[in-house]
Design a protein. Structure first.
Length: 349
């Protein structure tokens, strides 16, 4: 059945993989990508599908009520997959207000417009909110985040995402908007902006620059290949139950320092360098304020209910990721100029 779906933040890292999957897999759907093209949005990420008949790009801000209203009137959306956000913890520490505007006000704005547009005609509609495992806070050495784990966000980023999750549930409960939420662990893969750990370190190794490891490096994250996240979003969008939350994770925990050492090893091989060349760049730096110790997801609800599992082993995913960045040096080099350099100097000087 044909549908018109609004995907927000589709020019970003995860959004571009979701847009690509939907545009290619569902030729009968019309996919509208709404993106403000902040520093993190890049239309280069979508060059391969930009001329497809079922794809439309709209540049705009989810915070702008009039604009979002007009967009709903223009396209009569059946569904929204909402990924647009400010997404980097370190930036949220220096500029929390930007996160409140986009992640909280922007989400509530979208919900308001969807509520009014769908009023009395909610059947077959869906507001899919893409969120993060960081809303659950930080784990100790044991335990996993379940869908029932209480929210306990610790950073301005995770607080803004937690707030947006609450508003989505409140709009479902109060106004009857059909919704689903997923909370995913750390993603990695092609076209991630080089402020997040893996692309930043790949870029630095490529340029022989120091690898800034925060604190003692013993912080743990659960890593998932971005295409597997996009596949999970597709499954949940089509088969998830109204009003439910699904955790998405890689069943794949690594301490930062072990992950970085594996990355260094694979980068030496990919670049044809002597063993242990990249490891020499590791530099321990001041810790991130309020740094969450450990995230780990129990994704068994998604596995048992919808039959989703990560498709890639981590070593294989990491090798594919490195190969992509090395084959797309122009993509990286275009980012490495201007504003990125300013950010880098501020963050790491
Ligand atoms: P990203 O920063 O790469 O992309 C965000 C996109 O949103 C960009 O294209 C940007 O231009 C756009 N955007 C920002 N503000 C906007 C606004 N006001 N109006 C319209 N567009 C705007 O982020 P990402 O890593 O792809 O994350 C996407 C979503 O997934 C976010 O909601 C994030 O919280 C969530 N998430 C990310 C991860 C991860 O590891 N990256 C893990 C779990 C969940
Ligand atoms: P990041 O990619 O920013 O994701 P998140 O904070 O959302 O998990 O960071 C992943 C981990 O890597 C986190 O524990 C912080 C650490 N880190 C560093 O040690 N150095 C860095 O330069 C960056 C960006 C992150």
């Amino acid at each position: 059945m044909s549908k018109t779906i609004l995907i927000t933040g589709g020019a970003g890292f995860i959004g571009s993989h979701v847009v690509r999957l939907f545009v290619n897999k569902y030729p009968d759907y019309k996919i509208v990508n709404l993106d403000k093209l902040t520093y993190a949005g890049n239309l280069e990420n979508l060059r391969d599908i930009e001329n497809k008949d079922n794809y439309i790009f709209e540049k705009g801000d989810i915070v702008d009520e009039g604009y979002v209203n007009d967009l709903f009137a223009k396209y009569n959306f059946d569904g929204v997959i909402h990924l647009a956000a400010e997404s980097h913890v370190d930036r949220s520490i220096t500029n929390p207000m930007e996160f409140i505007m986009t992640n909280v006000v922007g989400t509530v704005n979208l919900l308001n417009v969807a509520k009014d547009a769908w009023k009395g005609n909610e059947d077959g509609k869906l507001f899919y909110h893409v969120s993060t495992d960081e809303v659950y806070g930080s784990l100790g050495d044991t335990g996993l985040f379940l869908e029932t784990t209480s929210y306990d966000p610790q950073s301005p980023y995770s607080s803004s995402k937690a707030s947006s999750d609450h508003f989505v549930r409140a709009y479902g409960n109060t106004y009857g908007i059909p919704f689903v939420i997923s909370n995913c662990s750390n993603n990695y893969g092609p076209s991630q902006f080089p402020e997040k750990l893996l692309p930043l370190f790949i870029n630095n190794i490529r340029n022989g620059k120091a690898l800034p490891v925060y604190g003692d490096g013993k912080f743990t994250r659960d890593w998932l290949y971005v295409v597997d996240h996009a596949i999970a979003i597709d499954k949940i969008y089509h088969e998830g139950r109204n009003g439910e939350t699904y955790n998405i994770g890689g069943f794949n925990e690594w301490t930062n320092i072990d992950l970085i050492k594996l990355l260094c090893k694979q980068m030496d091989i990919a670049l044809g360098n002597e063993a242990r060349t990249a490891e020499k760049l590791i530099t321990y730096v001041k810790d991130r304020p309020g740094h969450d110790k450990r995230y780990a997801i129990d994704a068994n609800k998604l596995k048992n209910e919808l039959g989703w599992e990560p498709s890639l082993q981590f070593e294989e995913g990491l090798m594919k990721t490195i190969a992509w960045y090395l084959a797309n040096e122009k993509w990286m080099d275009s980012i490495n100029s201007g504003d990125y350099q300013k950010y880098y100097e501020q963050q790491y000087s």
